[in-house]
Design a protein around this ligand. Structure first.
Ligand code: PLP
Length: 387
């Protein structure tokens, strides 16, 4: 039903991915394969709902209707097996903001914040901005996906108050299975560490795998966690700033939701409610087709690189569209790789070191959420600049 091959001109629409290249890469003529949104048309059912709301030409203060909460609850129940009450949910403008709010409301200066690296850069930056102690447990690759070293995690958890977990993991799209999440929950519970489960990529878990939501793996996991989720990545509506969170623990909830309400920093806006409700209400077919398309792009990446750049070690996503490439076997320095990728291939890829420092020299993240022809163009350019 949907055409993901369509090439849309996004430049000039004030979008970060295409319009903020100069600030981030020092040149404007790059093929943007970086920031995590997709170059696909946002779904017709979301656009229709927004247009319909615009027919009423008063854009005053908005309140979330019951139908928004019901749709959210149904989605959580169906896709995450979370049975939530209205009190357990709260609107959040964005997940990075939500994580910052948790750190603001529920930590003391110097508290340890545990993350598994390499990881989405704000997980590293937010704690450091708030004078918290960032504690990194490095992941390693096994069978082409990230694995956690549980001895290391346990040892580091002893110094920590919170863990920020990317479930599934960004970068590389590793899906954490139930057993892994149970172990994380046990370690955190034993060491009095609460968990922020960032599940923004959950809905894009690629079949036949299924997303397992952190709070559902055990009673302990449920008690110690706050889970963030959003329609933003799934339906390509990140610009609507519409996310939500779920917390089953009453005292944690009172403190966190009390903070959000007390400072009025998570009230929401008209388009966030309308867009999210339409996405969750009508999104199943679009999501199925979009994931099939993304799987096709992942297959293209895999086949093309193994044929033309066999020294590249790639972590192929099991969820979402963010693959990780380790180019260390190419025999070039990180700086030389950057020079070739940015200035010869003219592709904007995320620099691996921003996901955890020098350990990720020679690594890059590539965003596969684009028409296949765009990906093919990027791969052709990459191979010719690196060969
Ligand atoms: C793991 C993860 N969390 C959060 C975000 C961003 O969330 P938001 O735009 O809601 O702040 C991203 C975006 O790439 C992400 O990958």
């Amino acid at each position: 039903m949907y055409n993901f091959d369509e090439i849309l001109v996004r430049k000039g629409t004030n979008c970060v991915k295409h319009d903020a290249l100069m600030e981030n890469f020092g040149r404007d003529d790059l093929l943007p394969m970086w920031v995590a949104d997709m170059d696909f048309r946002s779904p017709d059912f979301v656009m229709d709902a927004l247009r319909q709301r615009c027919q009423h030409e008063v854009l005053g203060y908005a309140t979330a209707p019951n139908s928004y909460w019901e749709t959210l609850q149904q989605w959580l129940q169906k896709h995450y097996q979370i049975e939530s009450t209205r009190e357990e949910l709260h609107f959040i403008p964005g997940i990075v903001a939500g994580i910052a709010f948790v750190l603001q409301a529920m930590t003391e200066p110097g508290d340890g914040i545990l993350v598994t690296t390499p990881v989405y850069p704000p997980f590293l930056n937010l704690p450091q901005n708030k004078h918290l102690q960032l504690v990194c447990s490095p992941l390693h690759v096994e069978d082409g996906h990230w694995k956690i070293d549980f001895d290391d995690l346990e040892w580091r958890a002893r110094q920590c108050r919170w863990m920020i977990l990317s479930n599934p993991h960004n970068p590389g799209g590793t899906v954490w299975g139930k057993e892994t999440l149970e172990k994380i929950a046990e370690i955190c519970y034993r060491n009095n560490v609460s968990v922020i489960a960032d599940e923004i990529h959950a809905d894009m878990t690629l079949p036949p795998l299924q997303h397992v939501s952190f709070s559902t793996v055990s009673q302990q996991a449920k008690e110690i966690s706050i889970t963030f989720f959003a329609p933003s990545k799934t339906f390509n509506i990140a610009g609507l700033s519409s996310s939500a969170c779920y917390c089953a623990n009453e005292s944690m909830r009172q403190r966190f939701y009390g903070y959000l309400d007390g400072y009025e920093i998570a009230n929401g806006n008209i388009f966030a409610f309308v867009g999210a409700e339409a996405a969750f209400r009508h999104g199943e077919q679009w999501l199925t087709e979009m994931l099939q398309y993304i799987q096709g792009n992942i297959d293209l990446l895999k086949n093309f690189l193994s044929a033309h750049l066999p020294k590249a070690k790639v972590i192929l996503p099991q969820a979402s569209y963010l693959a990780w490439m380790d180019l260390s076997a190419m025999g070039m320095s990180h700086e030389e790789l950057k020079e070739r990728i940015y200035n010869q291939a003219r592709i904007a890829l995320n620099d691996g070191t921003t996901f955890g420092g020098k350990d990720y020299n020679c690594c890059f993240r590539i965003n596969l959420g684009c028409p296949r022809a765009t990906l093919q163009e990027a791969l052709d350019r990459l191979v010719s600049a690196l060969s």
